[in-house]
Design a protein around this ligand. Structure first.
Ligand code: NAD
Length: 446
């Protein structure tokens, strides 16, 4: 099948590459000329495990190409996936300008039947808006060309995007057109080996499904963060509590890890957008507002602990003279994505409290430099930054932090003090090893 993917970010590039891998002819389009030029030369703009090999192979075999020329790409394709960003606008609602720009360009250039697929996360009712702008463009040209708009939200996770796309838990297709549903089923058939769960529904329900999924996951995280904070105050261990509740099949173990708050390009903006959507229909989504508030507060927990333990309140900036080593900058492991990463709030707060910050991350240093500039020190070696630091604070749970050389850590730090925002280690073992160890929600009796 001939496919056009518009937007070559985390979603578009992965989707385009995976569709090419399953034998389709795919043209990926982006407005970012440097990105497209790089991709043409085999430079992958993001870090996503396994992506580079797949892109290179499919380019070599002639099934995957890159362009900035949307008009020609649309003319050559039957199915056109819109995978551009939908960042939060000033009021928290999803900014649809990029999606609608693309729809307009398609309307201006299409010459035969086209399927437009909303792959971006877009609020309920967006497919109607896309249809309206395409119709406007067709009317301007006095053209009568059939087209269809489909909602096909994406559920991949950064860091495991290829696997998620190739073996999805489910694919959701929102359409009221039987013929289009069949084309979409054919396109996704190669990826249906794990679950064979392709769910066809009406467009508005498909649009809502994506927000409901992310809102539910964010709720689980905020819920567990509050349970953890309470555990700390009550002498209970949140890890044991997680085992205890996760074993209930109605609850499950996933997404019950407390930490420093959720981040990334999806949960924060999608929760905000759903709250806003609700407001627009005079409905107050009380629960989600609380989920957001809890998340903002959770980003302060680690710095509060650091300040309480190391701060000198007689100083205007209580952490003056202290150096904190940070492990992990990206919003989660196996990605270089720094969008809404809790590390940003944590580091800015440490700096505001007067601390010096040195940081390590296996992939996100380049992105982090765009945010912190020269205000912090970076290193490619996770141990180098520990030398002379007053404490280590773990912010992202990269695998390389799970089993470190504790003797080395101890010999480098000024004192054996670890604040763990991701609960990577056993408190009892850390005690035996001579560390003062402050995880989240686990300060109970061990
Ligand atoms: P991204 O910011 O990484 O990529 C978006 C790309 O679109 C950029 O390369 C940008 O240059 C390009 N673009 C913008 N306007 C364009 C235009 N008019 N024509 C062509 N290209 C244009 O975004 P992303 O993380 O891939 O997310 C895309 C959408 O998918 C968002 O709605 C997001 O919510 C959703 N989503 C993201 C994830 C994720 O994990 N990142 C998962 C599921 C869904």
């Amino acid at each position: 099948m001939k496919i056009c993917i518009i937007g070559t970010g985390y979603v578009g590039l992965v989707a385009g590459t995976c569709f090419a891998e399953s034998g389709n002819d795919v043209i990926c389009v982006d407005v970012d000329e440097a990105k497209i030029e790089g991709l043409k030369n085999g430079v992958i703009p993001i870090y996503e495990p396994g992506l580079k090999e797949l892109v290179l192979r499919n380019c070599e075999e002639g099934r995957l190409s890159f362009t900035t020329d949307l008009a020609s790409a649309v003319k050559a394709s039957l199915v056109n996936f819109i995978a551009v960003g939908t960042p939060p606008g000033e009021d928290g609602s999803a900014d649809l300008q990029y999606v609608l720009d693309v729809a307009r360009t398609i309307g201006r250039n299409m010459e035969s039947f086209k399927i437009l697929v909303d792959k971006s996360t877009v609020p309920v009712g967006t497919a109607d808006k896309v249809r309206a702008v395409v119709n406007e463009e067709l009317e301007k040209r006095h053209a009568t060309i059939e087209f269809d708009v489909v909602s096909n939200p994406e559920f991949l996770k950064e860091g495991a995007a290829i696997d998620d796309f190739m073996k999805p838990d489910r694919v959701v297709i929102g359409t009221d057109n039987v013929r289009t549903a069949e084309i979409m089923k054919e396109l996704y058939a190669p990826f249906m080996r794990k679950t064979n769960r392709l769910i066809v529904m009406d467009i508005r329900s498909a649009e809502m499904t994506k927000y409901a999924a992310n809102a539910m996951l964010a709720t689980k995280i905020s819920f567990m963060n509050q349970i953890a904070n309470l555990c700390e105050r009550m002498g209970a261990d949140v890890s044991a509590v997680r085992e205890g509740i996760g074993s209930d099949s109605r609850i499950g173990y996933d997404f019950l890890f407390p930490g420093v708050g959720y981040g990334g390009s999806c949960f924060p903006k999608d929760v905000k957008a759903l709250v806003k959507t609700a407001e627009e229909c005079d409905y107050e989504f009380i629960l989600l507002k609380a989920v957001e508030e809890v998340n903002e507060l959770q980003k302060l927990v680690l710095t509060d602990k650091i300040n309480l333990r190391l701060g000198d309140n007689s100083l205007l900036k209580p952490l003056t003279g202290k150096t904190i080593a940070i492990w992990g900058l990206s919003f989660k492991p196996r990605t270089d994505d720094m969008r809404e990463a809790p590390s940003v709030v944590i580091i800015n707060r440490l700096l505001a409290l007067g601390a010096k910050v040195c940081a390590h991350d296996p992939e996100a240093v380049k992105e982090a430099k765009k945010i912190f500039g020269e205000n912090i020190v970076y290193s490619n070696n996770q141990y180098d930054i520990l030398k002379g630091a007053d404490a280590l604070a773990i912010v992202t749970e990269w695998n390389e932090y799970r089993n470190p050389d504790f003797d080395r850590i101890k010999s480098l730090l000024r004192q054996p003090l670890i604040f763990d925002g991701r609960n990577l280690y056993q408190p009892s073992r850390m005690k035996e090893a001579g560390f003062e160890y402050l995880p989240i929600g686990r300060n109970g009796r061990h």
